[in-house]
Design a protein. Sequence first.
Length: 183
Amino acid sequence: MSIYEVDQAFRLSRLIDIDTAVWTGTGWQLNGLRIRTFGPDGLMERPAAEADFTLPETFADFRVAYVEPEEFSFIMLRRQITQLHRKGIDTSESWVDLHLKLAQPAASFIMMFVAVPLAFRGTRTSSLAASMALGITLGFSYIIVLGIARALGHSSTLPPIVAAWAANALFALVAGYYVLDTN
């Protein structure tokens, strides 16, 4: 096992190599422990005793499977973000997913405000097939805009809240245009 420790600037400060780690029921028994320290004086490598380093994780921590953010509830995802932030891990992707938990249900209402004016308008000026094609096109357009905005949020190009709500904001403007145009 190799453990990489980084400083506040995310530069490698220590590399800990462990040949074997055995769970004893109360803690880890580490065998073949070597510590490499990277500092201003260069690399310092030495074999270490178990007292020099302890593995803070428990056996149960390693049994946890990866769970997609969509599988978490809002509260569970918020709790995970807090835990990751305490460990110094970048949580910008998780913040986007947290805001999406609120933005995606709101999309139903926004799409309804787009669809209602089109339904009234479509019966007078176009065929049923053309209205259905327009509805499908708008639905896929929403999914594409949401996917692009989410990707931009995950890459930290957009702030998380903007990335999550951008598609809703754009389609709310479209809905406003159609509502005002029907009057």
